[in-house]
Design a protein around this ligand. Structure first.
Ligand code: AMP
Length: 281
């Protein structure tokens, strides 16, 4: 696996693959099976697989969350080598943003709810760095996880609206045995927090079962029971627990099997913010 830290060198190397299908998996490192799923998808679909590891400071609303973001680079490199990745792009912040960076991307509508409502500027910063990475790597296909479902939809919109010549492919959420969605942030959970976090998915599934089996019941009351359950077992705070239309991410109050929708959660455990979602169809 070749490793590049600067834009000029990776561009020079990628020139030789102009007639090959290049797959790209952007990450922030501390890699786990969720990332590996996307890498394996990329390997299946493409001739050359490029992975980036770049912790994008601009997309962190909480400076402490950025400072504490796990860094396991040596382990990551080994994992990428074993997975058969061709190229790792691991630039510094200076390399990506240089001096006096001033371009911004604004995304309407899709960012009005869920994480976008709370983490102001987060998705704009994600869209910006992904645009830059697309311009550097020029992939034919790029792979994103459904775990970060709002991010996936934002990237799809970015690609459509700005005419990026890249196909976006989604990977399902990979989970621990107890259902907890794998996340680099899970590394920061204490043992007690890890137990609480293991209940998140189970509660989402419980709510899903009740909503689907009896769509005429009051959804608010089901969600409120789930909220109480999670707070009672020790979750610190729930930013949101709501059902949204999968396409436009607008909230839905009543379940309609004809509309593709998902139940979304953002929850704090041990001061760590975790997100997850389940399909409701
Ligand atoms: P991150 O390194 O957290 O920025 O994630 C990089 C990519 O991996 C994003 O497209 C995420 O949606 C995806 N991803 C993160 N966790 C998972 C998971 N548990 N299952 C599938 N994909 C994931």
């Amino acid at each position: 696996m070749k490793i590049f830290n600067d834009i000029k060198s990776i561009r020079a190397d990628l020139v030789q693959f102009q007639d090959k299908k290049v797959g790209f998996v952007p990450t922030m490192g501390a890699l786990h099976q969720g990332h590996l799923l996307l890498i394996n998808l990329a390997k299946k679909h493409c001739d050359i697989v490029v992975v980036s590891i770049f912790v994008n400071q601009k997309q962190f609303n909480n400076p402490e969350d950025f400072v504490r973001y796990p860094n396991t680079l040596e382990k990551d490199i080994k994992l990428l080598q074993d997975a058969g990745v061709d190229i790792l792009f691991n630039p510094t912040t200076q390399e990506i943003y240089g001096q006096d960076f001033s371009v911004k991307i604004i995304i309407d509508k899709l960012t009005e709810n869920l994480c976008g409502k709370i983490r102001h500027g987060h998705f704009e910063a994600v869209a910006l760095v992904v645009s830059k990475l697309f311009n550097i790597v020029k992939p034919n296909q790029a792979f994103f996880g459904e775990k970060d479902f709002q991010q996936l939809q934002v990237i799809r919109k970015l690609v459509t609206d700005l005419n990026f010549d890249v196909e976006i492919i989604a990977g399902e959420t990979i989970r621990e045995i107890d259902g907890l969605a794998m996340s680099s942030r899970n590394l920061r959970l204490k043992d007690s927090g890890r137990k609480i976090a293991g209940q998140i998915y189970q509660n989402l599934c419980l709510a899903k079962e009740q909503i689907i089996s009896n769509p005429s019941t009051n959804i608010e009351s089901i969600l409120s029971i789930v909220t109480q359950n999670l707070l009672q077992i020790g979750a610190a705070k729930i930013d949101y627990l709501e059902i949204c239309d999968e396409v436009n991410l607008q909230p839905i109050t009543g379940f309609n099997p004809k509309i593709k929708s998902r139940l979304f959660i953002a929850i704090y455990v041990d001061e760590i913010r975790l997100i997850d979602n389940v399909q409701l169809y």
